[in-house]
Design a binder for this molecule. Structure first.
Ligand SMILES: C[S@@+](CC[C@H](N)C(=O)[O-])C[C@H]1O[C@@H](n2cnc3c(N)ncnc32)[C@H](O)[C@@H]1O
Length: 285
């Protein structure tokens, strides 16, 4: 079988398995096995595929057909300008979460040597992206999952950002207790999926992203409800909190933030026009 034949057949197989981007995924998996870029794939498409490569490729296609996420099969996901390692212990970073990084950079534009915490860091994507853009920032990151923190620390090491982010295990801001009243910025993409919504998600997400990363204990506001008063204590006056929110959550999260004495100062829509990031500040007075 030639390289192109393998690609075509596997694309068709993934399509019949209901995979959303079958040809794309087949190509990514084949390039992952061969270690080739796109140009080489086009140039050497008519060449025969070595039997060992064919076997590895077909095994991955088979797993993808059973709806294992592409990122778990390649072990990587790009986020911001960073190629992160991802495993089943962390949420696969989503493109819309880059908006939180963009927002953070804007909020910190006039702040020298900012002190920042990322709550619920998962793969470390937000904290590491920020650290890579702002060499003067001191960045801390927390998560309740030790397994997720191991992935985040490994990402820091691989990206040459070790020592730039301090990763600590614990609930919300509890691991950084010494920073009470001192933070310039708190960032968080907390779990916010309800059980009812979870049942509607694609198998890749429902069966393979870690459930505690998606579904909070209690109702979908529960982490925001505890994060808001904690943020009001940890931020200095004028400091900011920026949180990612799910579809249709703007009003209810706004109420939680305002109920904790924070002032909501902005809402950022994602590329689909859905309000995705809420910004609030601890009042000056
Ligand atoms: C939606 S994932 C976000 C991961 C990553 N920040 C991202 O944007 O891809 C939520 C993360 O919060 C962590 N988490 C859940 N509850 C937490 C809590 N009470 N305190 C700290 N982290 C928590 C989960 O383990 C998970 O890694």
């Amino acid at each position: 079988m030639t390289v192109l034949e393998a690609l075509r057949r596997s694309g068709a197989r993934l399509r019949s398995a209901g995979v959303p981007s079958p040809e794309h995924d087949a190509e990514v998996l084949l390039r992952h096995v061969l270690g080739w870029d796109r140009a080489r794939l086009v140039a050497e498409g008519p060449a025969p595929l070595a039997p060992a490569d064919e076997a590895s490729f077909l095994r991955l296609v088979d797993e993808r057909g059973r709806r294992r996420p592409l990122q778990h099969l390649t072990g990587t996901q790009w986020f911001w300008k960073l190629e992160l390692r991802v495993t089943p212990d962390v949420l696969v970073p989503r493109p819309e979460t880059e908006l939180l990084v963009e927002t953070a950079l804007e909020l910190l534009e006039d702040v020298e040597r900012p002190l920042v915490v990322d709550v619920g860091t998962g793969s470390g994507c937000i904290a590491l992206a920020l650290a890579s853009e702002r060499p003067d920032a001191t960045v801390h990151a927390t998560d309740i999952s030790e397994a997720a923190l191991a992935v985040a620390r490994d990402n820091a090491l691989r990206l040459g950002l070790d020592g730039r982010v301090t990763f600590r295990r614990g609930d919300i801001l509890e691991p950084v207790g010494a920073l009470t009243g001192r933070l310039d910025l708190i960032l968080s993409n907390p779990p916010y999926v309800s059980m009812a919504e979870w049942h509607t998600l694609a198998p890749e997400v429902r069966l393979h992203d870690p459930r505690p990363a998606l579904i909070p204990p209690g109702d979908r506001l529960s982490v925001y409800r505890r994060l808001a008063p904690a943020a009001a204590r940890f931020l200095h006056r004028g400091g900011a909190l920026a949180v990612e929110i799910g579809r249709g959550m703007e009003d209810e999260v706004r109420r939680e933030l305002e109920g904790a004495g924070l002032q909501v100062t902005g809402v950022r829509p994602d590329l689909a026009g859905i309000p995705r990031v809420l910004i609030a500040r601890r009042p000056m007075g």
